[in-house]
Write a protein that binds this ligand. Structure first.
Ligand code: ATP
Length: 927
């Protein structure tokens, strides 16, 4: 037999053709898994189970890439021309500006990348592994050859595995073999000559378990796995562009062409009709064209998005696809599942109902300490039917609960852990009972069929079947029930009563059944699960999350409808919906009822209903489509492998970080690190802020660039001397404006972001108010610049001083306008508004320092041909800024009073928001 040390180095090894025993032997492993020490030494020997990082662009290349842009070419050409004509100062200023611009771009890009790398680490997947005979959940990177890995539907296979056990296992290997139909997996050896896709006894790293369960031994990790050469698999976070960024880039390109054409026309006009020295005119026109082009816009917007991503991550919503940041802000309906998202998923078995009576369970959390009482609270022993029920709860169960030195370690589905705690409180010893009735086979739980079944060997050579699941599902497989005297015909009305009363108290209910199998079969098929004897039901409490109650109230005020889509029973779901404040009398519709609704009627039904109960993943897809057909922007949560289609269809697909499968996480745009509904609402809040900030960046960039350019054009048209030199224009545009504008990317939410209606997905970025604002501000800039220029010259100051004053005026106007633009929706004059943010204060201080140097240091005076500005003139310039701010505030107040622009109006009352506010235009669906 080959030695394990050489095996991992040999990807061509024929593990698929060997028996599982042979493979285990070869790897010196066993079905109990490796020991912790052995695994640690193997980890040192073989290295971590990870792929080498993809080729990163070197910092030099990244820096060089900043120069690859039409505007920079244009500037470089202008610098070359200036140098050729002997204007060395202009040439050096342009070069300096180009370099500073590239450095800013380089740093910005680096920051965005850092944020994404940090998110990649958060998304790192984990694997369930057996070590020392115990199940552990560990980072995929720690797997070593010989480890025993447990797989279930929705998992990404973490390394190349030889399967030791496969139950109904289908694996989607499209990523490796291109085959779109999931491959069936078996534990028997495959033919030695089988091609990769036919090696049914293997599960390949990176492929996706589509159905079933299995166990396998790791035969190759990291680079040595078959997928070793594909690097983009593990927890990828995509850095793609967003629709908005694409729109802005396209706008930028069109605008560049327009500016160049306008510049050429202006040059022609200046030389032919206005007698300007042609070189001066050329340099100014070049600078003007540069200042008109909003070259920093895409960069600042990318930063705004990246900051949004980081803020969302700090609020537990991890964005995998960047467009989600924008879409989240426009969300009008959130469809959330219940268990664990709206509720705490801290299950506690409370009631136990058998044919012979009802019991209560007392105890704290998941601890095994507690007792069983009758309904009056007196401690009692369970009757025989009760003991049988608890035995089923214990055996038909994949969870584990260990108590050591008063420490509780649990692993598995919380409801199943709660059942183990319940069994312990009833005095039943899990390990003993499990070894008395070892499990032979199982049908794993699946949201589709809503039950789980296990087959167990008995001492006498026969077997028994245990089933637990949604009670009505389990009841439908039973004709009898267990009683003190044996069995009796099923009393369906009695059980329905028990289920209804537990459900209406908000309890989650599970039904249990069993059957003796006369002869020992080793395989369990779906057809075997019938003719069962009903044992009884257990009611669990799973209280609503307090944060969810608050978040739902926030959604109401933000005009966002919340719908609960759950696999749980209608009565339970309704009771929880009421406790959460979703609606006073929520309209409920079940999956079975949905099946009878025609597609054409579904939008109405979906819009009215608040709770969708006993739904399966296919229902979710129909519901999303129906809501979208009315123009709603839908965020949808999911966790199972079958949720992937609806997550992809939703405008924002949201997967659960803890209980979600890898399949769901990969289909989703957002992953919730804490599975909590409140985090979705927090992300919507951040999404709205990001969108606001993008609008602010635009409302900042266009009028500041435009006002400056327009002032020069007006001066030229009037035949005045030029109010600024080319180098000065570049200074204002590429140093002052960009530094100040960047501060807007860091803006915190404006007050009342969550008391506005969701924006229409189809609403243009430049609303009528924004267009007005841009024009108005540009006009005020022109008046101030031309006014200061004329005033300075009339006071007898020389041209260079007048120009320095104009640049200082622009600087002051920009600083004051920054304080105004920070509050697009409300007044800017408030303590909060005047205090600014650290980003605003840093940007303003940097700009003031730079501007003082520009005006008063000799070397800058030489470079930019500036002169010191006298005190009185300085004060007048400051006054201009203050006047601008006051005018803009008065304008905002006046416009609000006149009611010309909707977006300045306070929001209408939203208490009628329980039903959907979908009266909006077509949204942009990502499907
Ligand atoms: P939500 O969809 O809001 O998370 P849910 O957890 O109740 O709600 P599913 O996980 O689809 O939804 O479960 C549907 C039903 O299947 C449950 O109400 C329960 O009756 C049953 N069920 C859930 N988990 C198990 C399990 N491990 N074994 C057997 N039955 C289960």
């Amino acid at each position: 037999m080959q030695r394990a040390s050489s095996l991992n180095d040999n990807p061509g090894a024929q593990w698929h053709a060997l028996t599982s025993q042979e493979v285990l032997q070869a790897f010196d492993s066993s079905v109990q898994g490796l020991s912790t020490e052995n695994a640690a030494s193997r980890l040192r020997e073989y290295g971590r189970n990870e792929l080498p990082p993809g080729k990163q662009r070197s910092p030099f290349i990244r820096f060089a890439a900043q120069f690859n842009n039409a505007l920079i070419y244009f500037l470089l050409a202008a610098a070359a021309l200036a140098a050729l004509l002997g204007h060395n100062v202009d040439a050096s200023v342009i070069l300096l500006v180009v370099i500073v611009n590239a450095m800013v771009g380089f740093i910005q890009e680096g920051r965005a990348e850092q944020a994404l790398n940090a998110l990649r680490a958060v998304l790192a997947p984990s694997a369930r592994v057996l070590r020392d005979g115990q199940r552990h959940s560990m980072a995929v990177q720690e797997l070593v050859p010989g480890d025993i890995v447990l797989l279930e539907a929705g998992d990404r296979v973490p390394a190349d595995l030889r399967l030791l056990r496969a139950r109904g296992m289908l694996v989607d290997e499209a990523i490796l073999t291109g085959e779109s139909v999931a491959a069936e997996k078996l534990e028997s050896p495959a033919s030695p000559s089988a091609a990769l896709g036919d090696r049914h006894s293997m599960a390949w790293s990176g492929t996706l378990v589509a159905a079933g369960q299995g166990t396998g031994v790791v035969v190759a990790t990291g680079e040595r796995s078959e997928m070793g050469h594909i690097s983009s698999l593990l927890g990828s976070v995509e850095m793609v562009t967003t629709p908005l960024l694409r729109q802005i880039n396209a706008f930028g390109r069109r605008f560049t062409v327009f500016s160049m054409a306008a510049a050429a026309a202006l040059l022609f006009f200046a030389i032919v009709f206005r007698d300007y020295a042609w070189l001066d005119a050329l340099m100014v026109v070049v600078a003007l064209a540069v200042s008109l082009v909003p070259e920093s816009l895409p960069a600042v917007i990318t930063i705004t998005l990246a900051i949004g991503v980081r803020r969302m991550a700090s609020r537990h919503a991890i964005v995998r696809r960047l467009p989600a940041v924008e879409t989240l802000g426009a969300t009008s309906i959130i469809c959330s599942d219940k268990t664990g998202t709206l509720t705490r998923n801290e299950m506690a078995g409370r009631h136990l109902v058998t044919a012979t009576g009802t019991y209560l369970v007392e105890g704290e959390g998941y601890t095994p300490w507690g007792r069983i009482t009758d309904v009056a609270g007196n401690p009692v022993q369970l009757s025989e039917p009760g003991r049988r029920l608890v035995l089923a709860a214990l055996l038909c169960n994949d969870a584990r609960l260990h108590v050591s030195a008063d420490k509780l370690r649990m692993d598995g589905d919380p409801m199943e852990v709660a059942l183990l705690a319940l069994a312990a409180r009833a005095g039943m010893e899990a390990d003993t009972l499990r070894s008395e009735s070892p499990r032979l086979d199982e049908i794993p739980f699946d949201a589709q069929h809503r039950y789980m079944a296990t087959l167990h060997a008995k001492h006498d050579g026969s077997a028994m079947l245990m089933v637990k699941g949604a009670p009505e599902r389990v009841l439908s497989m039973c004709a009898h029930q267990i009683t003190a005297a044996g069995t009796a015909p099923l009393d369906a009305a009695y059980w329905q009563d028990a289920i209804d009363s537990a459900g209406s108290a908000g309890e989650r209910v599970l039904g249990f059944a069993w059957r003796d199998c006369a002869k020992l079969t080793r395989r369990l098929e779906f057809s075997d699960v019938q003719g069962l004897v009903f044992l009884g039901v257990v009611g669990f409490i799973d209280p609503p999350r307090n944060e969810a109650i608050k978040a739902i109230a926030d959604c109401r005020s933000a005009g966002i409808a919340v719908k609960m889509i759950t696999g749980d029973h209608a009565a339970t779901a309704t009771a929880i919906a009421v406790q959460l404040g979703l609606a006073e009398r929520p309209e409920v519709i079940t999956g079975a009822q949905l099946d009878t609704v025609a597609d054409s009627e579904l939008p109405d039904v979906a819009q009215r209903a608040t709770v969708f109960a006993r739904t399966s993943p296919e229902h979710k897809l129909r519901i999303v489509r129906a809501l979208q057909s009315r123009g709603a922007v839908v965020a949808m949560t999911g966790d199972g492998v079958n949720d992937a289609p609806s997550l992809k269809q939703a405008d924002v697909g949201i997967a659960m970080g803890h209980k979600g499968t890898e399949a769901a996480k990969e289909a989703a745009q957002v992953v919730l690190a804490d599975d909590n509904f409140a985090s979705i609402v927090a992300a919507v809040h951040e999404g709205r802020t990001v969108y606001d900030n993008i609008r602010k960046v635009i409302a900042w960039t266009i009028p500041t660039n435009g006002g400056e350019a327009l002032a020069i054009v007006v001066a030229m048209a009037l035949g005045m001397s030029l109010p600024m030199t080319a180098a000065q224009i570049l200074w204002v545009n590429l140093i002052l404006t960009i530094t100040l504008g960047l501060a807007l990317a860091f803006e915190p939410p404006e007050p009342g972001v969550m008391s506005r209606s969701p924006r229409r997905a189809s609403a243009p970025l430049l609303t009528p108010f924004m267009l007005w604002r841009i024009g108005f501000v540009a006009l005020l800039f022109v008046i101030a610049v031309i006014g200061v220029s004329i005033w300075a010259l009339e006071r007898g100051l020389d041209e260079a001083t007048a120009r320095t004053m104009v640049v200082n005026t622009l600087c002051v106007l920009e600083i004051f306008y920054l304080f105004s633009v920070r509050y697009l929706h409300g007044p800017s004059f408030s303590l909060q508004g005047l205090k600014g943010t650290p980003a605003v204060l840093a940007a303003v201080s940097a700009v003031i320092a730079a501007q003082l140097m520009f005006t008063y240091t000799p070397w800058m005076q030489l470079l930019f041909d500036t002169r010191p500005v006298p005190l009185l003139e300085g004060l007048v310039i400051l006054g201009c800024g203050a006047v601008l701010l006051v005018i803009l505030e008065l304008e905002k107040g006046l416009l609000r009073r006149l009611g010309w622009f909707d977006e300045l109006q306070p929001r209408r009352s939203t208490d009628d928001m329980a039903s959907v506010p979908v009266t909006m235009g077509k949204s942009t669906h990502s499907a």
